[in-house]
Design a protein around this ligand. Sequence first.
Ligand code: ACO
Length: 181
Amino acid sequence: SRRPSIYYRPINPNDLDRLEQIHRDIFPIKYESEFFQSVVNGVGIVSWAAVDRNRPGGYSDELIGFVTAKFVLAKESEIDDLICYGSSQGEETLIYILTLGVVETYRNHGIAMSLISGVIRYASGLSLCRGVYLHVIAYNNPAIRLYNRLMFRCVRRLNGFYLIKRQHFDAFLFVYFVKGS
Ligand code: ACO
């Protein structure tokens, strides 16, 4: 089989069906169609896709991984207490990662690592952005290892944060602070 050639690009409206399908396949939580519309149209959401340019059968531009995120005002976020405010009059922002996923056959190649590094690089280039944060379900060890490896800090354990099939699960809140904030 051919060697994958992973390429990163923005998500666009042609990705809609595939994006919905992967979310359905890999997340225990249901996302509404408004969410996917916002992602593919870039309405209030920033996102990146990974594709395999060597994927045969006309699939060389089909999503095999993605990360979606949104901007949050730092002072309105749940980590308001962890932010050092400067002279920007409360205009500081954070990027909140909504979803991250890589299809199973493409895992363990560093694709998630590259996607999250891209988010960090993007955040670091924004003068008012203080960091990147996210929630992860407490039993998701592959994701937790990834965030630890990328120097995110686990700042909280939230009791019963997720409700899945009438069962509560804890979440960890991970933060990556940019520019020494
Ligand atoms: N060769 C061999 N191993 C490698 C290579 C390589 N070239 N590159 C990375 N690896 C290893 C890493 O060291 C890591 O090892 P570890 O798990 O033993 O620590 C492992 O591969 C995974 O790292 P990545 O390849 O960067 O991650 P991957 O692309 O496999 O995606 C993810 C990880 C996103 C968690 C994936 O498992 C997934 O989609 N899971 C289901 C959805 C999910 O849980 N998403 C995150 C939820 S949290 C949120 O969305 C905010």
